[in-house]
Design a protein around this ligand. Sequence first.
Ligand SMILES: Nc1nc2c(ncn2[C@@H]2O[C@H](COP(=O)(O)OP(=O)(O)O)[C@@H](O)[C@H]2O)c(=O)[nH]1
Ligand SMILES: [Mg+2]
Length: 402
Amino acid sequence: MTGTEPKKKGFLSRWLGTSEPAPSEEPASTAHTTPAPASEEIAPAAPPETVEPIQAEATASPATPEEAAELDATAESQSAAPDDLAPEPSAPAPTEPARKGWFERLKSGLSKTSTRLTESITGLVTKRKLDQDTLDELEEVLLAADLGIETSERITAAIAKGRFEKTIAANEVREILAEEVARVLEPVAKPLVIDETRKPHVVLVLGVNGSGKTTTIGKLSAKLSREGRRVMLAAGDTFRAAAIDQLKVWGERTGVPVLARDVGSDASGLAFDAIKQAQEGGYDVLLVDTAGRLQNKEGLMAELEKVVRVMRKVDATAPHDVLLVLDATTGQNAMQQVEVFRERAGVTGLVMTKLDGTARGGILVAISARHGLPVHAIGVGEGVDDLQSFSAKDYARAIAEI
Ligand SMILES: Nc1nc2c(ncn2[C@@H]2O[C@H](COP(=O)(O)OP(=O)(O)O)[C@@H](O)[C@H]2O)c(=O)[nH]1
Ligand SMILES: [Mg+2]
């Protein structure tokens, strides 16, 4: 473990990017789709109380403090969050206490993964020659850290190269581990690029329940608004009242309007209206929340396809990004989530959350090796500023404790 780390490149500058072409998929066939939402569902304007106008943070409406409090009680159950999640409508929104540098936070977040890994490595190579047994055991250690078979084999092959039957120091093994992990992650570390010619650039956010979708949208909303973009949110998780309120709270906190409907409303109709309203209002970005769904629930996956089809009736190129939010603590199951969501909903990029304190951080490496999908950002906490752009090198160094 080294003492001081160089300061990381600014997050905002990493997030800012140039335009990139939108996916050129042809609009899905409408043959078996539900017709475009009937006109009564597509009210030209949402009920006034559901669209929070852009407002100064200090004047955020204290509409539902009790609900917000209840909501936050659930939302903060996992780790002691700083007060930036507290529902204080009259308090200035996201104030961030001085925090540890991002690398330090990533490193401590991944320490459960890295400690187990590095301790096992040290135990294995100390006072031993690098023979086949040692290599096999090393591979097992890497597999146990969720790094995946492809990467684990690559790492052991790299370790063995020129060192067979020789002694090797644990820190040498860690260096190779970091190098190989970085090699896998380098091509996928890509910022989310907002296409400025699109008004709006539509980002559909997917994932299983509790993976961190709504929180990630809140964090993204803060970042993008801070960059000077006009952002709108759509509360597409119409299954639960708490989910709708949670997004509204994020909207208030980040000074961004939220299009919401009653519980049980049709999510695709809402998405349709949201794009329309964002177009009419000249918004730059529309972030669309969705209900959490298990990848093995056929009906829910079909509903997701419908959301995409209906969106394309308003804008044939939408959604411009389909973000899959993965909870790092779910380990191997995250791999399966990627497979199914990718096939059913055309995932274009990943965000991995809860990297603050997981023993399963290796899974991001396995997923990247298998899928090569862009990793746009990682979540390292529940607060508004706890979304970090993804750096392959940092991640690799954190895992290898370098
Ligand atoms: N520790 C930690 N908690 C997170 C992170 N992202 C989200 N959460 C928490 O995970 C829980 C579920 O998040 P939520 O956004 O509601 O998930 P959703 O069901 O996918 O919308 C909430 O308690 C969040 O505060 C993260 O990066 N780190
Ligand atoms: Mg949610």
